[in-house]
Design a protein around this ligand. Structure first.
Ligand SMILES: CC(C)(COP(=O)(O)OP(=O)(O)OC[C@H]1O[C@@H](n2cnc3c(N)ncnc32)[C@H](O)[C@@H]1OP(=O)(O)O)[C@@H](O)C(=O)NCCC(=O)NCCS
Length: 148
Protein backbone atom coordinates (compact mmCIF):
# COMPACT_ATOMS: atom_id res chain seq x y z
CA UNK A 1 0.00 0.00 0.00
CA UNK A 2 1.15 3.54 -0.71
CA UNK A 3 1.54 5.41 2.58
CA UNK A 4 1.35 9.17 2.21
CA UNK A 5 3.29 11.22 4.75
CA UNK A 6 2.77 14.98 5.16
CA UNK A 7 5.85 16.79 3.88
CA UNK A 8 7.18 18.77 6.82
CA UNK A 9 10.31 20.88 7.27
CA UNK A 10 11.99 17.95 9.10
CA UNK A 11 11.57 15.75 6.02
CA UNK A 12 12.89 18.17 3.40
CA UNK A 13 16.33 16.50 3.25
CA UNK A 14 14.80 13.14 2.33
CA UNK A 15 12.33 14.86 0.01
CA UNK A 16 15.18 16.64 -1.83
CA UNK A 17 16.88 13.29 -2.51
CA UNK A 18 13.69 11.91 -4.03
CA UNK A 19 13.17 15.09 -6.03
CA UNK A 20 16.72 14.97 -7.43
CA UNK A 21 16.22 11.36 -8.60
CA UNK A 22 12.79 12.15 -10.06
CA UNK A 23 14.06 15.17 -12.01
CA UNK A 24 17.30 13.54 -13.20
CA UNK A 25 15.96 12.91 -16.72
CA UNK A 26 15.27 16.63 -17.13
CA UNK A 27 11.69 16.24 -18.39
CA UNK A 28 10.00 17.40 -15.21
CA UNK A 29 12.07 20.51 -14.52
CA UNK A 30 14.92 21.28 -12.17
CA UNK A 31 15.67 19.47 -8.93
CA UNK A 32 15.03 21.56 -5.84
CA UNK A 33 17.33 21.28 -2.85
CA UNK A 34 16.25 20.97 0.78
CA UNK A 35 16.60 24.73 1.36
CA UNK A 36 14.26 25.53 -1.54
CA UNK A 37 11.73 22.96 -0.31
CA UNK A 38 11.92 24.45 3.20
CA UNK A 39 11.35 27.98 1.98
CA UNK A 40 8.36 26.84 -0.14
CA UNK A 41 6.85 25.00 2.83
CA UNK A 42 7.24 28.16 4.91
CA UNK A 43 5.15 30.10 2.39
CA UNK A 44 1.49 30.40 3.46
CA UNK A 45 -0.90 28.07 1.65
CA UNK A 46 1.76 25.53 0.70
CA UNK A 47 1.22 21.84 1.46
CA UNK A 48 3.02 18.70 0.44
CA UNK A 49 3.12 14.95 0.81
CA UNK A 50 5.68 12.27 0.23
CA UNK A 51 5.86 8.52 -0.09
CA UNK A 52 9.00 7.32 1.63
CA UNK A 53 11.96 6.97 -0.77
CA UNK A 54 9.56 7.16 -3.71
CA UNK A 55 7.72 10.41 -4.45
CA UNK A 56 6.82 13.95 -3.46
CA UNK A 57 4.23 16.57 -4.35
CA UNK A 58 4.01 20.24 -3.36
CA UNK A 59 0.96 22.41 -3.98
CA UNK A 60 -0.11 25.91 -3.04
CA UNK A 61 -3.60 27.28 -2.47
CA UNK A 62 -4.17 31.00 -2.88
CA UNK A 63 -7.22 33.17 -3.52
CA UNK A 64 -9.58 30.38 -4.52
CA UNK A 65 -7.10 28.68 -6.83
CA UNK A 66 -4.39 26.10 -6.28
CA UNK A 67 -1.29 25.11 -8.18
CA UNK A 68 0.84 21.98 -8.28
CA UNK A 69 4.33 23.37 -7.69
CA UNK A 70 6.08 20.07 -8.34
CA UNK A 71 5.44 16.34 -8.43
CA UNK A 72 8.04 13.67 -8.93
CA UNK A 73 8.45 9.94 -8.47
CA UNK A 74 11.83 8.18 -8.22
CA UNK A 75 12.43 6.16 -11.42
CA UNK A 76 12.62 2.91 -9.41
CA UNK A 77 9.04 3.40 -8.15
CA UNK A 78 7.21 4.52 -11.27
CA UNK A 79 3.97 3.02 -12.68
CA UNK A 80 2.84 1.86 -9.26
CA UNK A 81 0.20 4.54 -8.74
CA UNK A 82 2.34 6.78 -6.52
CA UNK A 83 1.80 10.01 -8.49
CA UNK A 84 -1.91 9.22 -8.64
CA UNK A 85 -1.97 8.83 -4.84
CA UNK A 86 -0.02 12.09 -4.34
CA UNK A 87 -2.51 13.93 -6.57
CA UNK A 88 -5.42 12.35 -4.69
CA UNK A 89 -4.08 13.91 -1.47
CA UNK A 90 -4.11 17.32 -3.19
CA UNK A 91 -7.67 16.80 -4.47
CA UNK A 92 -8.79 15.86 -0.95
CA UNK A 93 -7.19 18.71 0.99
CA UNK A 94 -7.02 21.77 -1.31
CA UNK A 95 -10.81 22.40 -1.40
CA UNK A 96 -10.78 22.77 2.39
CA UNK A 97 -8.14 25.48 1.87
CA UNK A 98 -10.60 27.40 -0.32
CA UNK A 99 -9.36 26.27 -3.73
CA UNK A 100 -11.91 25.51 -6.43
CA UNK A 101 -9.55 24.88 -9.33
CA UNK A 102 -6.13 23.25 -9.59
CA UNK A 103 -3.66 24.25 -12.30
CA UNK A 104 -0.16 23.17 -13.29
CA UNK A 105 2.47 23.65 -15.97
CA UNK A 106 4.01 20.73 -17.83
CA UNK A 107 6.67 20.69 -20.54
CA UNK A 108 5.24 20.23 -24.03
CA UNK A 109 7.38 17.10 -24.53
CA UNK A 110 6.68 15.54 -21.10
CA UNK A 111 4.25 12.92 -22.35
CA UNK A 112 4.30 10.66 -19.24
CA UNK A 113 3.21 13.56 -17.02
CA UNK A 114 0.62 14.80 -19.56
CA UNK A 115 -0.87 11.29 -19.73
CA UNK A 116 -1.05 11.18 -15.94
CA UNK A 117 -2.74 14.58 -15.73
CA UNK A 118 -5.29 13.79 -18.44
CA UNK A 119 -6.12 10.51 -16.68
CA UNK A 120 -6.67 12.55 -13.50
CA UNK A 121 -9.12 14.95 -15.14
CA UNK A 122 -6.86 17.87 -16.13
CA UNK A 123 -7.51 19.63 -19.43
CA UNK A 124 -5.19 21.85 -21.42
CA UNK A 125 -6.12 25.51 -20.87
CA UNK A 126 -3.11 27.37 -22.25
CA UNK A 127 0.47 27.39 -23.43
CA UNK A 128 3.45 29.40 -22.16
CA UNK A 129 6.17 29.80 -24.80
CA UNK A 130 9.79 29.22 -23.70
CA UNK A 131 8.72 28.55 -20.13
CA UNK A 132 11.37 25.96 -19.26
CA UNK A 133 15.10 26.10 -19.84
CA UNK A 134 16.75 22.73 -20.46
CA UNK A 135 20.45 22.92 -21.21
CA UNK A 136 20.68 25.60 -23.88
CA UNK A 137 17.15 24.94 -25.07
CA UNK A 138 13.86 26.69 -24.31
CA UNK A 139 10.77 24.50 -24.00
CA UNK A 140 7.13 25.58 -24.06
CA UNK A 141 4.84 24.64 -21.18
CA UNK A 142 1.24 23.55 -21.41
CA UNK A 143 -1.02 24.92 -18.69
CA UNK A 144 -3.50 22.30 -17.50
CA UNK A 145 -6.36 22.66 -15.02
CA UNK A 146 -9.16 20.74 -13.33
CA UNK A 147 -12.00 21.65 -11.01
CA UNK A 148 -11.66 20.38 -7.46
C1 LIG B 1 5.08 11.78 -14.30
C2 LIG B 1 5.39 10.97 -13.02
C3 LIG B 1 5.22 11.88 -11.80
C4 LIG B 1 4.39 9.79 -12.94
O1 LIG B 1 4.63 9.12 -11.72
P1 LIG B 1 4.14 7.59 -11.48
O2 LIG B 1 4.09 7.34 -10.02
O3 LIG B 1 4.95 6.69 -12.32
O4 LIG B 1 2.65 7.65 -12.08
P2 LIG B 1 1.45 6.64 -11.71
O5 LIG B 1 2.00 5.26 -11.53
O6 LIG B 1 0.62 7.20 -10.61
O7 LIG B 1 0.65 6.68 -13.09
C5 LIG B 1 -0.76 6.92 -13.15
C6 LIG B 1 -1.14 6.99 -14.62
O8 LIG B 1 -0.44 8.05 -15.29
C7 LIG B 1 -0.09 7.65 -16.64
N1 LIG B 1 1.37 7.50 -16.76
C8 LIG B 1 2.31 7.62 -15.79
N2 LIG B 1 3.54 7.43 -16.31
C9 LIG B 1 3.38 7.19 -17.63
C10 LIG B 1 4.28 6.93 -18.71
N3 LIG B 1 5.62 6.86 -18.51
N4 LIG B 1 3.77 6.74 -19.94
C11 LIG B 1 2.43 6.79 -20.16
N5 LIG B 1 1.51 7.03 -19.18
C12 LIG B 1 1.99 7.24 -17.94
C13 LIG B 1 -0.79 6.32 -16.83
O9 LIG B 1 -2.11 6.59 -17.26
C14 LIG B 1 -0.77 5.76 -15.42
O10 LIG B 1 -1.72 4.74 -15.20
P3 LIG B 1 -1.32 3.19 -15.55
O11 LIG B 1 0.04 2.92 -14.95
O12 LIG B 1 -2.43 2.42 -14.89
O13 LIG B 1 -1.32 3.11 -17.04
C15 LIG B 1 6.84 10.38 -13.08
O14 LIG B 1 7.03 9.74 -14.33
C16 LIG B 1 7.93 11.39 -12.85
O15 LIG B 1 8.33 11.68 -11.72
N6 LIG B 1 8.47 11.98 -13.95
C17 LIG B 1 9.56 12.95 -13.87
C18 LIG B 1 9.15 14.22 -13.16
C19 LIG B 1 7.98 14.88 -13.86
O16 LIG B 1 7.87 14.86 -15.09
N7 LIG B 1 7.11 15.51 -13.07
C20 LIG B 1 5.97 16.25 -13.60
C21 LIG B 1 6.39 17.64 -13.88
S1 LIG B 1 5.06 18.61 -14.58
Amino acid sequence: MTELIPLTIERTKDAALIHAAAMADGLGGEAWGAASLRSLLNTPGTVGWMVEDAGIVLARAMAGEAEILTIGVHPAYRRQGIAKALLAACFAVLPAMGAERLTLEVAIDNLPAQTLYRAEGFKRVGRRPNYYRRGGQRIDALVMARWL
